[in-house]
Every structure is written in structure tokens, then in C-alpha cells.
Design a protein around this ligand. Structure first.
Ligand code: PMH
Length: 372
């Protein structure tokens, strides 16, 4: 374990062995010719893009996907040769940079290609995005697709390397909308004179629980690389168990006993009914522990204890069953002795999805990488 110059004891521990395990399991599950695109956008869903990318590549992923030009450049600095695809919008002004850095871009507009051709003279790999029902980005008709295809083919510096779409409901039990999208994608493919190297549609849910034909040439593996299921429905259908990679830990920095009638924190919203030990944790909403998490349990000595009162910007308080020492370890997410607090539990507490939980743990919380 590495820990250089982090004085505050609050840290996210990222288990790179778990990332590798999750990728290796996926590799066994999919067809051997299908490539794995490790989705490391948003700083690898808050886990740390470069370290996660390296672990995923070691375990058999062959390409990385990010959301933005900035994310692509950041990963490129550390991984000079791997294929990187920007899944989201790139402005025309980025085309030249992408070509220089061998970054693959997503396109969905003939005008974009027409413009980019003027400023970018080096070879640039492109993936066409088609909109089959998500209605976010992508071409929406065969006519648009063909004209985009021709535009790309007519610019000799542009290389059509892939075509893809994204599903809106792959993780849901009712798969009628999903099937519509899958069929629509097939229609789009038929409208292309020639298929590019990489056809890809599958997110985690599609790769894990849907018809293997939808794996096409590659799957885009996101949430379950991090050991989390895309939904409760997918969780009930998982072909193999997942290992969560993200834990969040800190230590007690103050302990005191308050008497009946005394309160804790801004607004004095928690009032003790009996003598109560209160412990202070050096983590608050500026770390992503938003105020809605007030009342959430944390683990100390393998026991669940609640966050009490309002969460402050940099600190929060917990009710302790005894006078623990300063420096006692506290686990906010992860295992301690026989207890575990999962990201799914945190998500349920604030009525959101597990994806959001590690993403919003801010950069003030150092990511400490664990392997072997
Ligand atoms: N491909 C695209 C285009 C995506 O937007 C995402 C996730 C993935 C693959 C990976 O999906 P998975 O994590 O379910 O495997 N994108 C998002 C999003 O935009 N909001 O939540 C997840």
C-alpha cells in the first residue's frame, strides 16, 4: 500500500486486485474474440483513472473509454500507447490534438467532419455514434448515417474505426425498449456499405445478462469493473460474484461525552437523551459526504454507529457506544470485522444509484491503491 504525504487520515482505498478480478471474470464470461473496453470516464467512476486503467489492461482489457477530451489527455500522459476512445462530444478544435495523441473520437455529425477536416491533417480514428433510443447523442436516421459515413471515407486523414450505440434500459427487467434499440441498431448496421473494425453496443448489463450476440466486437465495461451491479435486477442475475473495489476510511480525531439535553453540530439537530460519547470524523460535505448522509451508519470496531447531527463541510460527528481513543479506525464504506457497509447502502440512503456514490467523493480525498 502506498501513502505519500497524506496527513489527514481520510482516504479512499482502491483495491486494484478487485478491479482485475472483475475484468478477468468478465473475460471468462464473454466470447473469446470479444474485446473489453474499460470505461474509466469520470476518473474511473471516482476510483482513479490511470491506476484503474492499468489494472484493467493487465487483466485483459484492450481499450479505454473516457467521456471528455480532458480525460483522454490525462490518461494518455500516463499510458502512451493504449487505444483511448472519447465517448462524448469533442469540439472540432480537439481533432488535431486527438490525432497527435492517437486518441479516437466519437462523431455523429457530417458538419463536424467537414469542419475537422480543415484543421486536422493527420490520421484520426473515429467511431460513429448512432442514436437508437437514448436520444442523447448520435445520428438518428440511416440517411444521416450514410452521409456521415461518406464524409468520413472521403477525408483521407480520417479512419472509420468503429460504430456504436448505448442502451437506455439494459439493466431493467422489462426488455421491450431494449429490444427495440437492439433491432434499430441492426437496421443502422445494414445501412452501412461496410462494417468498421469495432462494432460495440454492450454496457455492463448487456454484457452480463443479455444475448451474447450483442457483445459484437467489444463490450464497454463500466460499473461492474468496479464490483457494483448496474441495478437490483442485474444483481439477481449476475453470472459471477463481483468484488467491490472502493472503501472509504478515516479515524476518530476527537471524542467527548455530552450530557442529556446537549446537542451536536449546526442547527443543534441531534440532542442526547442520555450521556453519550460523540466522536468527530475529519470528513464532510466538501469530501462528497453530502448532508443527506446524516443518519448513515459507519463502522467502528466492527460495529455500526450513526452519523449524528448535520454534516459540516470538513467534519461530521458520530454517536459512540463507548469512549474510543483518538486514532481509532472508522470505516464509512467497506468491511470491518464481520460488518460491511456497501456503496449500494449509501446509494439507497440518499435515494440514488451506486454509480453516483464514488463519483462524488471529491478529489480532496486521496485515492490509495492497494494490490496483492
Ligand atoms: N458506454 C457509454 C456510452 C456510457 O455512457 C456508459 C456509462 C457505459 C458505456 C458504461 O456503462 P456501465 O457502467 O453500466 O457498464 N454511462 C453512464 C452515464 O452516462 N450515466 O451513468 C452511467
Amino acid at each position: 500500500m502506498r501513502n505519500n504525504k497524506h496527513f489527514r487520515p481520510t482516504k479512499a482505498i482502491i483495491d486494484l486486485d478487485a478491479i482485475k478480478y472483475n475484468v478477468l471474470q468478465l473475460k471468462k464470461h464473454i466470447h473469446p474474440n470479444v474485446k473489453i473496453i474499460a470505461v474509466v470516464k469520470a476518473n474511473a467512476y471516482g476510483h482513479g483513472d490511470v491506476e484503474v486503467a492499468k489494472a484493467a489492461l493487465e487483466a485483459g482489457a484492450s481499450m479505454l473509454a473516457v467521456a471528455t477530451p480532458e480525460e483522454a489527455l490525462h490518461v494518455r500522459k500516463h499510458l502512451p500507447t493504449v487505444d483511448i476512445l472519447v465517448l462524448g462530444y469533442s469540439p472540432v478544435s480537439f481533432a488535431e490534438y486527438a490525432a497527435n495523441e492517437n486518441i479516437t473520437l466519437t462523431v455523429y455529425s457530417s458538419d463536424w467532419v467537414e469542419e475537422a477536416k480543415k484543421s486536422c491533417n493527420k490520421p484520426l480514428k473515429l467511431h460513429i455514434k448512432v442514436d437508437t433510443g437514448m436520444h442523447r447523442i448520435g445520428v438518428t436516421s440511416e440517411k444521416e448515417l450514410r452521409s456521415l459515413y461518406e464524409k468520413i471515407q472521403s477525408a483521407e486523414q480520417f479512419i472509420l474505426d468503429g460504430i456504436f450505440t448505448h442502451f437506455a434500459t439494459a439493466d431493467e427487467e422489462d426488455d421491450s425498449y431494449f429490444q427495440k434499440q437492439a433491432n434499430r441498431f441492426e437496421q443502422f448496421l445494414k445501412a452501412l456499405p461496410e462494417k468498421p473494425r469495432l462494432v460495440h453496443v454492450a454496457n455492463t448489463a448487456t454484457a452480463l445478462i443479455k444475448d451474447a450476440r450483442l457483445q459484437y466486437d467489444a463490450v464497454r465495461f463500466g460499473i461492474s469493473m468496479y464490483g457494483l451491479a448496474p441495478s437490483e435486477f442485474v444483481k439477481s442475475k449476475l453470472p459471477y460474484p463481483l468484488k467491490p473495489a472502493f472503501s472509504l476510511e478515516t479515524e476518530l480525531v476527537a471524542v467527548k461525552q455530552i450530557g442529556p439535553g446537549e446537542s451536536v453540530g449546526y442547527g443543534a439537530t441531534f440532542t442526547a437523551e442520555q450521556p453519550t460519547y460523540i466522536g468527530t470524523l475529519p470528513i464532510g460535505y466538501a469530501d462528497g459526504l453530502i448532508r443527506k448522509y446524516s443518519g448513515q451508519d459507519v463502522l467502528i470496531d466492527g460495529k455500526r454507529v450513526p452519523i449524528v447531527g448535520r454534516i459540516c463541510m470538513d467534519q461530521c460527528m458520530i454517536a459512540l457506544p463507548a469512549a474510543y481513543n483518538i486514532g481509532e479506525k472508522v470505516v464509512l464504506i467497506g468491511k470491518q470485522k464481520n460488518e460491511e457497509i456497501t456503496i449500494d447502502e449509501w446509494a439507497a440512503k440518499v435515494d440514488t444509484i451506486n454509480y453516483e456514490v464514488p463519483c462524488i467523493i471529491t478529489s480532496r480525498v486521496p485515492r490509495i491503491y492497494y494490490k496483492n
